[in-house]
Design a protein around this ligand. Structure first.
Ligand SMILES: NC(=O)c1ccc[n+]([C@@H]2O[C@H](COP(=O)([O-])OP(=O)(O)OC[C@H]3O[C@@H](n4cnc5c(N)ncnc54)[C@H](O)[C@@H]3O)[C@@H](O)[C@H]2O)c1
Ligand SMILES: [Fe+2]
Length: 392
């Protein structure tokens, strides 16, 4: 038996963020007079918050802006945002931004709620949250983390470690996919965030314990949309349709992995973000082909299925059918080639990672037990080190 959860409302359409007040009224049990709008300074300066702010103010709702979010948000920033939200007595939380802004908003919707008295330290881990959050709307500006439809928030705790809060209470009341929000994405961020989304779909499809038929279909659909649109999306002047396809693909990948969780690619990516501030998407991309090569012996049939689905495998070569292992290898080759086409760095050494740090990275990756248990093949410390060496 499988149980599948996702957010109950998804709004899709160019400029739908202008209607955020309407959506808020529909999903909030009580009328809302004051909202917190969470984002980052860059998105504010690009004008990406204007339409939502105008819509909310026109509906008579006070907007309190918090735009200090930084990539890989530290816990201290989440606490500062929650303090601000309590000071302003906000009754709902809206976020427009990348995964970092969305994750901050999710936790602040709990911390600033009168119906949640729990300190953040007690929330980390799976199903630890007690209490109820404020109404929460999430609009992604990257395609992307899928955070708008996941029950996860990733926070940087201490200097270098990232920890997850996983709770059904983090499912937003509505996700808004507005393609006008992604027009300003620079090619490098577009590429890295899109590879993150593809990794979500791949890891959901091969997840060890909670793989389920609904996540499978969403992962297949997500990969199809993402791989067909990624190159066009990363070009200047990408069309609204291309960018909407990317947002839907990233969301579907998020729905897939929210129920069939990600694994060793993410576990080995996190220490790269923690120690060297390599973006989440690029961190994933750098280890992706090498973790997949390691996993190949455990899940070649599944990788081969993805390769056929994406039409990157030659199912027939003359009369000799290619083996699952050969088709799986073609998926890995396709992804490596895609990174090069998108002009992404492909090796750790290209990203100023010192060779002497690989042991530290490997021992840190082993701490991500929440993720490693989902991997189709068990990862020991020596395996993690070998993967980083291969990626170096
Ligand atoms: N909650 C989840 O389910 C989940 C899943 C995967 C990753 N994450 C987390 O999400 C974070 C990464 O999020 P992200 O990759 O979306 O990026 P981000 O939010 O960290 O933003 C990265 C950079 O991109 C810029 N940016 C974002 N949208 C833009 C736009 N439309 N135009 C121009 N610039 C734009 C931001 O200003 C920022 O400088 C990490 O902390 C990661 O751990 C969460
Ligand atoms: Fe991710």
């Amino acid at each position: 038996m499988h149980i599948f959860n996702t957010v109950s409302r998804v709004v899709v359409g160019e400029h739908c963020c202008a209607n955020i007040a309407e959506v808020l009224t529909e999903v909030s049990p009580e009328p809302v007079a004051r909202v917190l709008l969470v984002s980052d300074a860059q998105l504010l300066s690009f004008g990406l918050l204007d339409s939502a702010m105008q819509g909310l103010q026109a509906a008579g709702i006070e907007v309190h802006l918090f735009t200090d979010v930084q990539p890989d948000p530290p816990q201290e920033l989440v606490l500062r945002c929650a303090e601000f939200a309590r000071e302003k007595a906000v009754e709902a939380v809206v976020a427009i931004g990348g995964g970092s802004s969305l994750d901050v908003a999710k936790v602040v919707a709990l911390l600033a709620s009168p119906k949640c008295q729990q300190p953040i330290e007690k929330m980390y881990g799976v199903d630890q949250v007690v209490g109820e959050r404020l109404p929460l709307l999430l609009a992604p500006t990257t395609a992307g983390t899928g955070s708008e439809v996941t029950a996860v928030a990733i926070i940087t705790t201490g200097e270098t470690t990232k920890a997850g809060i996983v709770s059904a209470k983090l499912y937003a009341d509505a996700a808004l996919l507005d393609a006008s929000m992604t027009a300003s994405l620079p090619p490098a961020i577009c590429a890295a965030t899109a590879i993150d989304a593809m990794v979500h779909a791949i890891e959901a499809f091969t997840s060890q314990h909670k793989k389920n038929p609904l996540s499978d279909q969403l992962a297949l659909s997500a990969l199809h949309l993402l791989s067909n649109n990624i190159e066009a999306a990363c070009q200047p002047g990408a069309t609204v349709q291309v960018r909407e396809n990317m947002l839907i693909g990233a969301m579907q990948a998020g729905q897939a992995f929210a129920n069939s969780p990600v694994a060793a690619i993410h576990a080995l990516a996190y220490p790269l973000g923690g120690h060297f501030h390599i973006s989440h998407g690029l961190s994933n991309a750098l280890v992706m082909p090498h973790v997949m090569a390691f996993n190949l012996s455990a899940c070649a049939p599944l990788y081969a299925e993805l390769a056929r689905h994406l039409k990157v495998a030659d199912a027939q070569l003359g009369d000799d059918k290619l083996s699952d292992e050969q088709q799986a290898q073609q998926l890995i080759d396709y992804l490596t080639q895609l990174m090069q086409t998108l002009k992404m760095p492909v090796r750790l050494r290209d990203c100023k990672v010192p060779e002497g740090s690989l042991e530290l990275l490997a021992s840190d990756a082993m701490l991500q037990t929440r993720l490693l248990i989902n991997n189709p093949r068990e990862v020991a410390l020596a395996d993690a080190l070998a993967i980083y060496r291969a990626a170096y």
